[in-house]
Design a protein around this ligand. Sequence first.
Ligand code: F6P
Length: 354
Amino acid sequence: MRRIGILTGGGDAPGLNAVIRAVTKYGVGQRGWELIGIEDSFNGLLERPYRLQTLSMPSCRGLLARGGTVLGTTNKGDPFAWRGTSKSGATGKPGNRSVEVREAMEELGMEGLIVLGGDGTQGIAWRLMQEQGIKVVGVPKTIDNDLGATDLCFGFQSAVDCVADALDRLHTTAESHDRVLLLEVMGRDAGWIALHGGISGGADVVVIPEIPWTGEGICRKIIERQQVGRPFSLIVVAEGARPADEGIIPGQAAQRVADAIKARLPDTDLRVTVLGHLQRGGGPVAVDRLLATRMGVGAVDLVEAGRWGELVCLRNNAIIGVPLQEAVSVYRTVDPAGDTVRVARAVGVSFGDR
Ligand code: F6P
């Protein structure tokens, strides 16, 4: 019987459990694997006793719609640069412990690993394969949708839905009070969540890292709306957004936009909402459940085909395998001259740049 390990690394995303369920149903239920869940990324193999879960058909009940990850995760569990403590309270030798990952897998009779994670975790998986000969298949995960290898990551649509829902709520209160309401959303250095969420939720201004903003540009839209009897505005600000006249200053992206508006339009009644981890919490929307299921099945297919070292990706609506090395090196950001930005501008969305 093949014994395969599965783990989730980095930040969580809606749909991780749906992938675990699909791998269990297909791998265990139909391919006869023994599937071992490793808790808290690679940490479950570095701690003693090992922290493992045997995944079975009964254990995957209810996982399709469940948020988070039943295996637990951490973004502080890099075995190449282990920090000396883990979130479970375990302590150990800090530094490079990658050899111990291989030794643990040998002791457990684990043939290979299915690794669910973003660019950081997939980079670790690739290095483990190169340096320790550990067989890995990757499944990409990020709500930011910034992995260039795949057209879409599960979790992204759920985050976008959360932003659209937040904007619907902000809309009614902004309109009632004639206020300018700013919503800061996640996305790291990419503006995908802001762009898709902003269009879906009817934002008036969308501020993204790829298009530097100016105070004049943003205020122009607010004034333009006031002049046509719309004395309120909704502004979505990506956390990585930056003003045209300054370098990158991390943090407080929406507050900086609010300050710039206040400096030019002091009578504006402004409020800032930071949506934060609400975007990552909760269950996946249907589109993400479907994609997660397709990717889970795709991961089992890659293992069955012996295509270790590949990442499951969606391209042109087909699930394919892409070499991990290539997959982790392409970071995708919004094209300011691309179609979605053009569509947004066509329906009157300002990016605060003109
Ligand atoms: O990469 C996913 C993401 O949610 C980003 O959008 C955000 O910047 C970051 O993770 C937040 O990470 P943490 O969980 O460490 O707060």
